[in-house]
Design a protein around this ligand. Structure first.
Ligand code: NAD
Ligand code: UFG
Length: 338
């Protein structure tokens, strides 16, 4: 079976993808600098999968480490999760974001070229559509300048990979545009473990539920949406992980650069998320309405028809599972991996 290098494999989406890869009998090599993750996640991945993987602690910006990995292992393809992802922080320290997300990706692709490895699945984001189009968003719509530096790095890397693929037909890139990943592994043993105050809705809700935070602030209730709160496309992290295995199989067969939206196609409001979380899990989430958060858009959900048609992928989990599994993980691990 093929051997896959997974950068950022100890992180939230990476760890779930490692389980999916091991289940599909791939050999897995993880490179992660642990700047936003714990080695414990990979211990648990191996326990859940009943199989082992190789872990190398290192940075994608370090060419020496990359060359060593490509020399030591016969890597067939790369899944590239490593990077920084906090939208607000990217406005404070843009150069750090350019360094990890853009220079890091260039460094990785250069090492791949030196090693003769030409297949890569890239973690992109729905943010590359900017706020130029109405939802559902489809891949034929032109990308637009995101309104934050994090999103900008995703757009730059996407465009760079497109140009690279156009210059040399050996390259094969999948650009997976994630919508809003939530949920956790059904066992509750791995999940999202943000450092400090969570930026994203779901970990904030679970931390209120577990008593770590006092109340949820709902950013804006005057949007042009059915209940006035923001609408997003929440996708279970295990479905997202499985999309990587499907994209990998596709890329092992095909050349070029292709983008796929990975979402459920269903828009859900912040209030619906809060209310459903309370109902399904039997807990109360204290909340207040707060002003809109800078940079947020009213509505963002996917047209996922291309991924379903071309990747043979189909989301399996419902909103109820996402909410149940997020809570299951947080309840079992109130301090995350610590
Ligand atoms: P995460 O922070 O949990 O995982 C990223 C991993 O990369 C972490 O383990 C971190 O330690 C590692 N890392 C960071 N910089 C590194 C470097 N220079 N070298 C080596 N390792 C490094 O985040 P995640 O939610 O799992 O996201 C994975 C990818 O998906 C990221 O590229 C992110 O931008 C992208 N993405 C995430 C979301 C989301 O909402 N979670 C949405 C769209 C896209
Ligand atoms: N929200 C709140 N309160 C919170 C956190 C979020 O009301 O404490 C609201 C937001 O205003 C938004 C919704 O919940 O309406 C979802 O917010 P998230 O921060 O969870 O997710 P975003 O849609 O803002 O961002 C996600 C990813 C980014 C990606 C972006 C683009 O986290 O990486 O989607 O699609 F760039």
């Amino acid at each position: 079976m093929a051997t896959i290098l997974v950068t950022g494999g100890a992180g939230y989406i990476g760890s779930h993808t490692c389980i999916a890869l091991l289940a599909a009998d791939y050999e897995v090599i993880v490179l992660d600098n642990l700047s936003n993750s714990s080695p414990e996640a990979l211990q648990r991945v191996q326990k859940i999968a009943g199989k082992s993987l190789q872990f190398i602690e290192g940075d994608i910006r370090d060419s020496r480490v990359l060359d060593q990995i490509f020399a030591e292992y016969a890597i067939d393809a790369v899944i590239h999760f490593a990077g920084l992802k906090a939208v607000g922080e990217s406005q404070q320290i843009p150069l750090t974001y350019f360094d990890h997300n853009i220079s890091g990706s260039i460094n990785l692709v250069q090492a791949m070229q030196r090693a003769g490895v030409f297949r890569l699945v890239f973690s992109s984001s729905a943010t590359v559509y900017g706020d130029a189009h109405p939802s559902p968003l489809n891949e034929n719509m032109p990308t637009a300048m995101p309104n934050n530096n994090y999103g900008y790095t995703k757009l730059v890397v996407e465009q760079m990979l497109e140009k690279l693929a156009a210059s040399d037909e050996r390259w094969s890139f999948a650009l997976l545009r994630y919508f809003n990943p939530v949920g956790a592994h059904p066992t509750g043993h791995i999940g999202e473990d943000p450092q400090g105050i969570p930026n994203n809705l779901m970990p904030y809700i679970t931390q209120v539920a577990v008593g770590k935070r006092e109340k949820l602030s709902i950013f804006g209730n005057d949007y042009d949406t059915p209940d006035g709160t923001g609408v997003r496309d929440y996708i279970h992290v295990v479905d997202l992980a499985n999309a990587h295995v499907c994209a990998l199989k596709n890329r092992l067969q095909q050349q070029g650069c292709r983008a796929w939206n990975i979402g459920t196609g269903r828009g859900i409001s912040v209030l619906e998320i809060k209310n459903s979380f309370e109902q399904i899990n039997g807990v109360t989430i204290a909340f207040e309405f707060a002003p809109r958060r800078a940079g947020d858009i009213a509505t963002c959900f996917a047209d996922n028809a291309r991924a379903i048609a071309e990747l043979g992928w189909q989301p399996q989990y419902q909103l109820e599972d996402m909410l149940k599994h997020s809570w299951n993980w947080q309840k079992q691990n109130p301090q995350g991996y610590r």
